[in-house]
Write a protein that binds this ligand. Structure first.
Ligand code: 2GW
Ligand code: MN
Length: 296
């Protein structure tokens, strides 16, 4: 083969063959049928990816909501993000909160900023969760589009526990829900009532995606959040609420707008699910919460 390469430059010469072949996993699905990579430890090379993204000088916005008592999660979230999240690149943390005074001050590395956005709270927790779609879409159009290339939208009741780098970035990405990555389509908890905008027919749907970690370019996240918000509002007018709220609408969107990259449950794990063999890293972990104390 090498002799067939003409015009100089052996395209393989910079990496040893061994390095190439090692970026493969045989125990997990590495690619979807629409050719989107599924990101597992062992399938990518951070050095190469970091160099590519550095050359493009990309910046990443993180949207995180800390409404009412959920401000208590910010400290750990931010401290661990500084240690593990897209290290070496520009990051803006967009903190949506009704309690700006209670946002902790956390020391940030160079090129990284905290932006506090004061937003209204909602009485019902379902609305707190679902209205994130509306607020992300509004701020994407008005502000984020001018400030960052990519958006990463996550839950706040989480901590980083290992590297979450530029390997996550793509036009549109979602994350496999830790409770359903090995499940069959029939057991996915999609919305099934046809009166809801989030309905997914029994014979459709590829994966069950988590509501707590999705993203993409600002324009793609704008389109996603706008569409989800519209579905949520139509449901409200029709007196229905999707079974898993924003997560149901997100799943509906991804059936008809396939993600260009999918993150494995390494990127959103909950230790209540145990520690399966295939999970080589637990990068982003649910923080156990006292539901009674924190949700009232
Ligand atoms: C949520 C539930 C009950 C009472 C309060 C709240 C609440 C949520 C709150 O008082 N303040 C607040 O800022 N939140 C935000 O909504 C916060 O960012 C939190 O991470 C997010 C989702 O709520 P959470 O994390 O308590 O719910 P989970 O972990 O069960 O979330 C999954 O399901 C949700 C829909 O039911 C969403 O899709 C979420 O993205 C999923 O991870
Ligand atoms: Mn959560």
């Amino acid at each position: 083969y090498r002799r067939q390469v003409e015009g100089g430059g052996d395209p393989w010469s910079v990496y040893s063959k061994e390095t190439f072949l090692s970026h493969r996993r045989k125990d997990v699905l590495m690619m979807t049928p629409w050719f989107a990579p599924i990101v597992w430890e062992g399938t990518f090379n951070s050095e190469i990816l970091n160099e590519q993204f550095r050359l493009r000088n990309i910046s990443v916005g993180v949207t995180v909501f800390a409404i009412k008592k959920y401000v208590v999660f910010l400290q750990k979230f931010l401290e661990t993000a500084e240690e593990y999240f897209v290290v070496g690149h520009k990051v803006n943390y967009y903190i949506f909160t009704d309690r700006p005074d209670e946002v902790p001050s956390v020391a940030l590395k160079e090129g990284r900023n905290i932006v506090v956005l004061k937003v209204p709270n909602y009485a019902r927790w379902q609305d707190v969760s679902m209205r994130r779609m509306e607020m992300i879409s509004n701020f994407s159009q008005q502000r984020f589009i001018k400030e960052v290339h990519y958006l990463v939208c996550v839950d706040v009741d989480m901590r980083f526990n290992d590297q979450v780098g530029v390997e996550i970035l793509s036009d549109l990405f979602g994350t496999l829900h830790p409770g359903f990555y090995g499940a069959r389509r029939q057991s996915f908890t999609y919305e099934r009532r046809s009166i809801s905008q989030a309905v997914i027919p029994r014979d459709e749907g590829d994966f069950y995606y988590a509501g707590g970690f999705f993203g993409g370019t600002v324009i793609e996240v704008y389109k996603l959040t706008k569409r989800c918000h519209e579905g949520i509002m139509m449901d409200k007018d029709n007196g229905i609420e999707a079974i898993w709220h924003d997560e149901s609408h997100l799943n509906k969107y991804f059936v008809y707008h396939k993600p260009t990259k999918i993150l494995s449950p390494e990127y959103l794990w909950d230790d209540n699910m145990g520690r399966p063999q295939i999970l080589h890293k637990r990068r982003f972990l649910a923080v156990p919460k006292n539901h009674a104390a924190i949700r009232n």
